[in-house]
Write a protein that binds this ligand. Structure first.
Ligand code: PLP
Length: 493
């Protein structure tokens, strides 16, 4: 590594420009990403030689110093290593990338929900700021434009006419709703602004939607595994869960859902069609269309939780099921918590035919999210460079995913399985059968490492040998060491 650094410095010294221009920075990072993608997808296998600097420079039309810097970056990320006089190789430690989990198909299960105690005790154990935050639900705050948002907050509050502080509280700040509607339009969803209700995070939106379409005792189809708060909401509202299995890459099992809708009086579905939490699964567009047709046939409303919508690594954004909604059956819930402003607690729902009821229920409960926070985000969306921020955020998350996958392949048993989501900041691991992730959590916490154990994602507390790990924080030596320790703990079962 020291040698590589020396060579790079020599190249840079001989460069006529006094400092790295923004463009060159971008070029070598881009080239590094292309190579990282080849490694991630297995095109460049562990132990394989990456193109020599001279070859890469000639073939891809980049300067030798760009290639060197890219390789140096990849070396820092632990993806390649230099061998004396032989060039760069994909790190052998990876042996093979770990396989994807095979959660398989199984019948739907109907059950009362009672996971809150477990979830609360696990969440309490994750709070220590000193722990390596693999169990966290958020990416690193460093990845968000907090200072720029603060400027938007100051500016918008300063300019706010006094009467606006109490006006428009029901549906939400009109500028913010317009900005959100514009973003829907750009992504191909034409949405009248009247459908949009601003809420205190997506969590309030999801709660309101469910309350509008159910009464206690009703059946609600949810995913298995599911985001643990889904289970807690069902528990609080005394609803019964019909757990529909989720394929780790393709999303919910439509055959099981078809059968369940035919047999059971399901009142609503609560699904994540893209970047599902915790698996990261995204349904293809045709499958989303088929899901909509099925729900339309049964006239069962869909609560579509799409809080990770902006964190895709693919070229184009995934389309939500909402984009096929012709008769207002889909309540599409979004949030800025994961992509822009954690802690501002601003989310929304495009409520379809239920928008008015949702808005009224909100008025009867929380009235409105903070007016200054809404104004700040509206100002930021208009002037702050949201798309530029999102590009940087997606890029960082994708690189960190590659680093965690490579590290898992180095340190975890070869029979471990792991997802490869096309976005977001979670990986779902399936460890060998005998591993108990609740015990693993205790062992890990004793070493200052957190994780989200499998059973908190299921009403029937399955997935005992599974865990969700967060790669939303910059990858460093501490993360690498934590993976190594986890690997040892996993082997000790
Ligand atoms: C799948 C999912 N839905 C909803 C939420 C809640 O989002 P918000 O913070 O906007 O309330 C989260 C946050 O962890 C989540 O992971």
């Amino acid at each position: 590594m020291a040698l590589a650094r020396e060579i790079v410095n020599k190249f840079l010294d001989s460069d006529p420009s006094p400092s790295l221009s923004q463009d060159r920075m971008k070029r070598y990072e881009k080239f590094a990403d292309e190579i990282a993608e080849l490694i991630r997808t297995g095109v460049l296998a562990p132990g394989e030689r990456v193109p020599s600097v001279r070859h890469a420079s000639r073939t891809y039309g980049v300067s030798p110093s760009t290639v060197f810097q890219a390789y140096y970056l990849l070396e820092d990320r632990g993806l390649i290593q230099a061998r004396a006089r032989s060039g760069y190789f994909v790190r052998e430690h990876a042996k093979r990338p770990l396989h994807e989990p095979d959660i398989g198909t199984r019948a739907a299960e109907t059950t009362d929900v009672g996971v809150s105690e477990l979830v609360f005790s696990v969440l309490a154990s994750l709070r220590d700021p000193e722990t390596v935050p693999f169990g966290s639900a958020f990416p690193s705050p460093e990845l968000f434009p907090m200072a720029r948002l603060a400027r938007s907050m100051a500016q918008s509050v300063r300019d706010m006419p006094a009467r606006e502080v109490i006006a428009e509280m029901t549906a939400g700040n009109p500028d913010l709703r317009r900005q959100i509607a514009l973003r829907y339009m750009v992504s191909g969803v034409m949405l009248p602004m009247e459908e949009l209700v601003i809420t205190s995070g997506a969590m309030e939106a999801l709660n309101l939607c469910l309350q509008v379409v159910t009464t206690p005792g009703d059946l609600v189809a949810i995913e298995s595994p599911a985001f643990y708060a889904t289970l807690q909401v069902l528990e609080r509202l005394k609803l019964k869960a019909v757990e529909i299995p989720v394929h780790p890459r393709e999303g919910i099992d439509l055959d099981v859902l078809t059968d369940s809708l035919a047999r059971l009086p399901i009142k609503a579905c609560w699904f994540m069609s893209s970047l599902q939490n915790p698996l990261g699964a995204s349904m293809g567009t045709e499958k989303k269309q088929a899901l909509y047709a099925l729900l339309q046939q049964h006239q069962v409303p869909l609560i579509e939780d799409d809080v990770y919508a902006e964190l895709y690594f693919t070229k184009d954004p995934p389309k939500p099921v909402k984009s096929f909604d012709r008769d207002g059956l889909v309540m599409h819930c979004g949030s800025f918590s994961k992509s822009l402003a954690p802690g501002y607690r601003i989310g929304w729902v495009a409520g379809g035919r239920f928008a008015e009821q949702i808005s009224r229920l909100k008025l009867m409960t929380t009235i409105s999210p903070s007016v200054p926070a809404q104004a700040a985000i509206a100002d930021y969306l208009q002037h702050g460079g949201y798309d530029r921020h999102l590009r940087k955020l997606r890029h960082a998350l994708e690189m960190q995913q590659a680093a965690m996958l490579a590290s898992a392949a180095r340190h975890f048993p070869a029979s471990t399985r792991v997802t490869r989501p096309s976005g977001g900041y979670f990986l779902w691991f399936e460890f060998p059968e005998q591993v108990d992730s609740l015990q693993l959590l205790q062992l890990a916490l004793a070493q200052g490492i957190s994780l989200a154990p499998g059973p908190i994602f299921s009403a029937t507390q399955r997935f005992r040998n599974c865990a969700r790990l967060n790669h939303g924080h910059p990858w460093d030596a501490r993360s690498e060491r934590a993976m190594e320790l986890l690997g040892r703990m996993i082997r000790s079962f």
